[in-house]
Write a protein that binds this ligand. Structure first.
Ligand code: EPZ
Length: 429
């Protein structure tokens, strides 16, 4: 397992571009199976989750080729397949393949997705929606078996505006007979990106980006080309890196309104945020103060930025309160940040942070993707050296994190986790 060795103290300065959105790419890579022929996806992020998803598509007969950041996927000949349980459990969006695949080939079996460090991550809304569309789903021995001859459009109400359930059911409904209306749909930008892709294939999706989406089923879809939009979560992480190091960082090629919640909190904290048509610039010369954060479905404060934001709040003057309303245990960063000298109290879904602690380098371990990002941010500002272990979690969702941070002046490099910190007198626990 790899690790990062980070020497803290450098102010990050400069401009960076952002890779394609992992979450948009994964949802779109489930939907490509809806059309015969060859789809070409550009700007696909080079992260382990997209590589795993590509391998999963091949299990069901897709022919996949990577050509410099573009993915060429031929879904002409699809068939059921025996997907490896570990592979399926390693990425939740494997589950979003069920509906599109059964629309194409009528019968699919797939291991049930697992939970993860951040919560149980149920799929009841996905199952309810597929059954409402007329699919016959059975779960036994930890595997779903799904059968369907012709799915039929219907009304689906989502108890929770689940991004995944919205994406899964919206894609599946494109080949159902008649009209499907999804009520209380998620409005995340990744839902809108998927709807754009589906309509590019000839689907008739309306209302994406609002809480009511209607899909007029069609008899077939055409493979097409599509460019994945940039990743708002990687972009947000680089903005926070500028703030936490007292630097001056510009993120280019993004959609600023997708960052509204993060920008508003950065301004409330006291960072200086400038905005252009496709860029954001964050400057900070310290003197930041603590705030209240409450994660909510988009456009609320994104749960995926909760942990990186917590790292920033540990060096903000005064008390901060972070309430995580989406996942029951998105707290893998807390004890590791405390090992670095932060003072964070965890009470259920609420994290209480007493800021302005001077962070000190330590050997810490990433427990999940965004907790890992939080530890990297802390390492950039901590005194001395930090080793962040288990960075395979970070590789799931950040395309070239260390290269981007080095281009901004950060001192971070990838090492094997056996290598130790070099500071004299330090023992790596
Ligand atoms: C997507 O997960 C993202 N993942 C997550 O990002 C993100 O945190 C999440 O949306 C929320 O924005 C991908 O897009 C691959 P949900 P998803 O279904 O779709 C409940 C990252 O770090 N729920 O919106 O799985 C669930 O318990 C990852 O990039 C049900 O109750 O999230 C949770 O409380 C982590 N029943 C809430 O909805 C269901 O059937 C949000 O889950 C489905 C979800």
């Amino acid at each position: 397992m790899g690790a990062y060795l980070i020497k803290g103290g450098a102010r990050l300065l400069g401009e960076v571009d952002v890779a394609g959105s992992k979450n948009a790419a994964l949802a779109i890579m489930s939907a490509v199976v809806l059309a015969e022929g060859t789809t070409i996806l550009h700007n696909v992020p080079n992260v382990s989750d997209t590589k795993t998803k590509a391998k999963l598509l091949e299990v069901f007969g897709a022919k996949v080729q990577w050509v410099e950041g573009s993915l060429i996927i031929d879904c002409t000949h699809l068939h059921d397949g025996e997907a490896d349980e570990e592979m399926v459990r390693s990425i939740r969006t494997s589950f979003y393949l069920l509906g599109p695949l059964v629309s194409r080939i009528g019968f699919v079996t797939l291991p049930a997705p697992g939970g993860c460090k951040i919560g149980a991550r149920p799929v009841d809304l996905h199952v309810k929606g597929l059954r409402a569309l007329g699919a016959d789903l059975d779960l036994s021995d930890g595997r779903y078996t799904v059968r369907a001859n012709q799915l039929v459009g219907t009304e689906i109400y989502l108890d929770v505006p689940s991004a995944g359930a919205t994406q899964h059911l919206m894609a599946t409904a494109t080949l159902a007979k008649g009209i499907t209306v999804i009520q209380n749909a998620a409005v995340e930008p990744e839902v809108t990106a998927l709807a754009d892709f589906l309509n590019r294939m000839g689907a008739k999706v309306e209302g994406a980006g609002t809480s009511t989406i209607s899909i007029q089923g069609v008899s077939r879809l055409e493979a097409c080309g599509y460019t994945i939009p940039t990743d708002r979560l990687q972009a947000g992480t680089y903005l926070l890196a500028g703030a936490i190091t007292g630097g001056d960082v510009t993120v280019r090629g993004i959609i600023p309104e997708n960052q509204a919640a993060v920008i508003n909190k950065l301004r409330e904290i006291g960072a200086d945020v400038a905005e252009g048509p496709d860029w954001l610039r964050v400057k900070s010369d310290g003197g930041l103060k603590g705030v209240r954060i409450k994660t909510m479905p988009y456009p609320g404060f994104p749960t995926d930025m909760q942990q990186p934001m917590a790292a920033l709040l540990t060096v903000c003057e005064g008390m901060s309160v972070v309430e995580e309303t989406i996942y029951e245990s998105r707290i893998g960063h807390v004890q590791e940040l405390n090992r670095m000298g932060a003072s964070i109290l965890q009470e259920g879904r609420t994290t209480i942070i007493t800021g302005s602690s001077k962070l000190k380098g330590a050997s810490v371990t990433a427990s999940d993707l965004r907790a890992g990002a939080a530890l990297v941010l802390a390492g950039l500002v901590a005194e001395g050296e930090t080793v962040v272990k288990n960075i395979h979690f970070i590789d799931r969702g950040y395309d070239n994190l260390e290269g981007t941070l080095v281009s901004l002046g950060g001192d971070i490099k990838r090492i094997s986790s056996q290598e130790k910190r070099t500071k004299v007198g330090d023992t790596v626990h």
